[in-house]
Ligand binder design. Sequence first.
Ligand code: 0O2
Length: 229
Amino acid sequence: ARQFRELNMRYTCAIREVKTKLEVLNDDLAIRNQRNPIQMIKSRVKKPESIIEKLHRRGFPISVKSVRENLYDVAGIRVICSFVDDIYTVAEMLARQDDINVLMVKDYIRCPKVNGYRSYHIIIDYTVNTIKGPKTLSAEIQIRTMAMNFWATIEHSLQYKYKEHIPDYVQQKLIDASRAIIEIDKAMSDVRDEIMDAQNSHQKKENLIKDILNNIQNLYKVANKREVT
Ligand code: 0O2
């Protein structure tokens, strides 16, 4: 039990560090793009009973070593972005960091699951420094838009309600809703692009006026009044 408690604490530490990395990335990107790509970060360490159930279901031995070697999602981090392209930016920048080792990528956005599930999953290895030396642990990072998260949350609760046997007509409604969410995500990205274009052209006009005023001021220094007027 003490070993499991220690392992849980290590996964919690790994989550804390990776979460900080994501927050730093968010702040950095906010300065570059004048908006935050990440809306929210949630995290959890898998409960002991779920860990044991999953090891058992997959036929793995029940031990701390087995958890570390066979389960990738004991540490789970969920990143909610506003727009689909933010997902790829965040994923790419995180993967580029020296101490993040990407083990696996599952792109359920480009290839949604048959039930309509969409999200971008990255399995990473991350090393935490402990008083017993460095320990490398896996973590699962799920990156999705707010709309994708809405769908996944509702679908997840239905899985619980129907014990994974969701009736066909509900399944069909979920597939339709998933398609509608693709359209919503696209529409919101288009609106965002419009706003960015409007902001850019406003900025250009402002700069032009500043330039003209500067030139007039400089003229005052060197030219006669008639020329300035
Ligand atoms: P929970 O309660 O969120 O922890 P794995 O199960 O990870 O060993 P798998 O299924 O190939 O292997 O991995 P995948 O497909 O990447 O799924 C891992 C996690 O993604 C799930 O964890 C869910 O959180 C989420 N997920 C995947 N498919 C679906 C889906 O169809 N609907 C919803 N709502 N979420 C999904 P857990 O452990 O299943 O659940």
